[in-house]
Design a protein around this ligand. Structure first.
Ligand code: SF4
Ligand code: SF4
Ligand code: FES
Length: 349
């Protein structure tokens, strides 16, 4: 589907290709002044309709002199005017139709060969970034690769970096992004930087699933007591809101800048560990793994992950810090150690 702007430029281009309207008008006014100089009284004897007919005759003559098919020319003019009419009816002027056009640069290509490509798009009211990417796919570039599913902020598939900020494309309103983008500048859409690039806006996030497989699942007692406090249930409830968008992982400098994928589980999986560890019925011991294998100590509580979480999970304060405290209790608190010795508690280190 072509935008009104594109149709208008195409129709205008068609007319220019035949003979520009300005050139035609100039030729008609030349003929008019020639007529007036030869018959100065004649022009004023004609009524308005006769004057217009004479002008049309001169237009046809000019087109014939230039060997332009008058029928094709008239059809192009009619098309051009009908588009202007349509714009009029929709309350669009040439100025504000241009205001609805937004430039984008989107990363296209695979791995090392990927580069930013420019697009211009006509916007409608209420669009989000994902709508724009779909419009680019539909109107200009059907091969643009995007990952998405729900378009409702629930599946976590459409994560990307918009103007350098990790966000869900389906939950990022164009009005907000336009407001933060300097006027006339394109909106930049890139894939998440921390993960291996697959194609265009798609990255390989399988690292997160590999880590998740290594986490010990919840282990309840053989004979569970199903009574527990509301606040215990409430504490883990927010962790279940995670939509696995991995924006937090993409933002964490331990992975993004230092690439410690082998040593650090990343904020998403630390949330998972917290969810299991704080489960009121769980009896599993994961503290040595949280310290050594999942590297909780690499986190220096910058809270960048929490800032980008679209589910609003307090990743740092409610998940990571309590895990750090458990590690400190086990490994570094001398009083706890003494108490465990006195009470003959055996724990893993
Ligand atoms: S708070 Fe920790 S996990 Fe979150 S971004 Fe900072 S270092 Fe990474
Ligand atoms: S914790 Fe938040 S940012 Fe991280 S994966 Fe889950 S929903 Fe996304
Ligand atoms: S498409 Fe599902 S979260 Fe964006």
């Amino acid at each position: 589907m072509m935008s009104l702007q594109d149709r208008l430029s195409e129709a205008k281009g068609k007319i220019e290709g035949l003979i520009s309207t300005k050139e035609l008008e100039a030729s008609v006014s030349l003929k008019e002044s020639d007529f007036k100089s030869k018959e100065p009284w004649g022009w004023h004897d004609l009524n308005e309709r006769e004057q217009q007919m004479l002008r049309n005759k001169w237009k046809t003559e000019t087109l014939n002199e230039r060997k332009v098919d008058t029928e094709i020319y008239s059809a192009a003019i009619i098309e051009y005017e009908s588009i202007l009419d349509k714009m009029d009816k929709e309350g669009l002027s040439l100025e504000n139709i241009n205001e609805n056009i937004q430039k984008f640069t989107v990363l296209r290509g695979e791995g090392e060969n990927a580069e930013l490509q420019e697009y211009e798009l006509e916007l409608d009211e209420g669009m989000v970034i994902l709508d724009c990417m779909h419009r680019i796919q539909y109107e200009q570039d059907p091969e643009l690769a995007i990952r998405w599913n729900c378009k409702a902020g629930k599946c976590g598939s459409c994560s990307a970096e918009i103007n350098g900020r990790p966000r869900l494309m389906c939950m990022t309103r164009m009005s907000d992004v336009i407001a933060e983008t300097p006027q006339g500048q394109p909106i930049e859409v890139r894939p998440m930087k921390a993960f291996p690039h697959v194609k265009d806006l798609v990255t390989d996030v399988s690292y997160n699933y590999e880590v998740a497989k290594r986490i010990k699942p919840i282990k309840g007692p053989d004979d569970p007591n199903w009574e527990f406090n509301q606040h215990e249930a409430h504490r883990v409830q927010q962790f279940r809101e995670c939509i696995e968008c991995f924006l937090c992982v993409n933002t964490c400098h331990v992975l993004r800048d230092h690439q410690l994928f082998d040593d650090f589980a990343g904020p998403r999986n630390l949330v998972r560990l917290a969810q299991y560890e704080m489960h009121p019925l769980d009896t599993e011991d994961r503290i040595p793994e949280i310290k050594k294998e999942f590297g909780v100590e690499y986190c220096n509580i910058t809270r960048c992950c929490t800032e980008v979480c679209p589910a609003g999970i307090q990743i740092t304060d409610d998940a990571i810090i309590p895990l750090k405290e458990r590690v400190v209790d086990r490994y570094y608190d001398p009083l706890q150690r003494i108490w465990r010795t006195i009470t003959r508690q055996k724990v893993r280190y």
